[in-house]
Design a protein around this ligand. Structure first.
Ligand SMILES: [Zn+2]
Ligand SMILES: [Zn+2]
Length: 156
């Protein structure tokens, strides 16, 4: 049996073997194994010898991403995953907060968030009064903590 036939046979019988394994089994060098398989018709190796990496799923929206990427390439999913937009307790202006920080604060039973100290003071002064800003002023989507699995695609 010629070297070519040996290599081709092993490749077909053991598709999961690496070219190095085939080389060891047949005593043929790696570059020669590669050359043989690449010149078969159809070729039995692709030009890329990098190991196959399955596509990943975006941690935020769950759609398929490139190998070794954890988020969609638009940058929006990454942002949405690590940051939450929550309303200021007093004026309802959006506050950008790290999800992990928010989680810790919630676990400490802190549910009031202010976008700066003036809102903290104003809130204290006007807590019992009726001149607080109206809740209708919220014009951005309020994001809630939910595990990714439960979130359907496209939902904020
Ligand atoms: Zn995504
Ligand atoms: Zn505020």
């Amino acid at each position: 049996m010629t070297a070519r036939k040996k290599v081709v046979k092993l490749r077909k019988n053991h598709p999961e073997w690496t070219l190095l394994q085939i080389g060891k089994e047949t005593g043929i060098s790696f570059p020669r194994v590669f050359q043989i398989l690449a010149t078969e018709k159809p070729p039995l190796v692709t030009k890329s010898v990098r190991p196959y990496r399955p596509p990943q799923k975006c941690k935020y929206c769950g759609s398929e991403t490139k190998p070794l990427r954890f988020f969609c390439s638009n940058g929006v999913c990454r942002e949405n995953y690590y940051f939450l937009i929550i309303p200021c307790f007093y004026c309802y202006k959006p506050i950008r907060k790290r999800r992990s920080v928010y989680r810790v604060l919630l676990s400490l039973n802190q549910t009031r968030f202010y976008h700066d100290w003036t809102c903290v003071l104003l809130d204290k002064q006007t807590r019992s009064r009726k001149n607080r800003p109206s809740k209708k002023k919220t014009t951005f989507p309020v994001l809630f903590l939910r595990p990714v699995q439960e979130r359907s695609k496209g939902e904020v």
